[in-house]
Design a protein around this ligand. Structure first.
Ligand SMILES: C[S@@+](CC[C@H](N)C(=O)[O-])C[C@H]1O[C@@H](n2cnc3c(N)ncnc32)[C@H](O)[C@@H]1O
Length: 175
């Protein structure tokens, strides 16, 4: 967005559990591609926030499960947790229900995960599930609050459940 000088205002809310990881980025050798946003990143890491005329960013250090309960009217969710085997609390029905509640009517959730249990969790939380493959090399999952006509493949979860009785959604046992 910065590169393309789009005249849009966006607010970004980004939770991260690992403060050590965030702090380590201060001395990171950023590749040339990051030149335009190097200062933005450094400000964000040291103050946990950033603001210019078009962009505000809030970096929350702590558990995303708590953080998202305080958000509302979010339009786009980039779901980029570790895999559901190691980071199951961020792929659970409970977490996706909280995401459902803090997002706007026409919002989209996008994720790299195409795992059936992840899609079942999204579905149980109220989302309609779609699949895209923009580069032809890697499928991705999109989730919407209602059915959409965007040329993406609709994933019929009811049918999947009938065909694969073993598949189950993920529930957060730590809650
Ligand atoms: C796959 S990484 C993606 C990070 C980031 N999107 C990126 O591209 O650099 C997943 C991140 O989620 C963080 N994480 C794991 N559990 C979390 C939780 N409960 N709340 C907030 N962040 C969490 C991990 O520390 C890790 O940095």
């Amino acid at each position: 967005m910065k590169k393309e000088s789009l005249n849009k205002k966006i607010n970004i809310f980004t939770p991260e559990l690992d403060l050590e990881l965030v702090d380590s980025l201060i001395d990171f050798e950023y590749p040339n591609e990051f030149e335009d946003i190097k200062d933005l990143i450094k400000t964000l890491i040291s103050t946990k926030k950033y603001k210019d005329e078009n962009i505000t960013i809030e970096l929350f250090i702590g558990d995303a499960r708590k953080y998202i309960k305080g958000l509302k009217d979010i339009d786009i969710v980039y779901q980029d947790a570790f895999s559901s085997e190691v980071n199951c609390e961020l792929w659970s029905v409970e977490y996706f229900k909280d995401i459902y509640n803090c997002t706007s009517k026409d919002s989209v959730l996008t994720t790299y995960s195409i795992a059936t249990n992840v899609r079942l969790s999204l579905y149980e939380a109220g989302f309609e599930i779609y699949e895209i493959n923009p580069t032809g090399k890697r499928k991705q999952t999109l989730a919407f609050k209602s059915k959409v006509d965007i040329g993406a493949k609709y994933i019929d979860i009811q049918l999947k459940k009938q065909r694969n009785k073993e598949a189950t959604a993920i529930y957060d046992k730590k809650l």
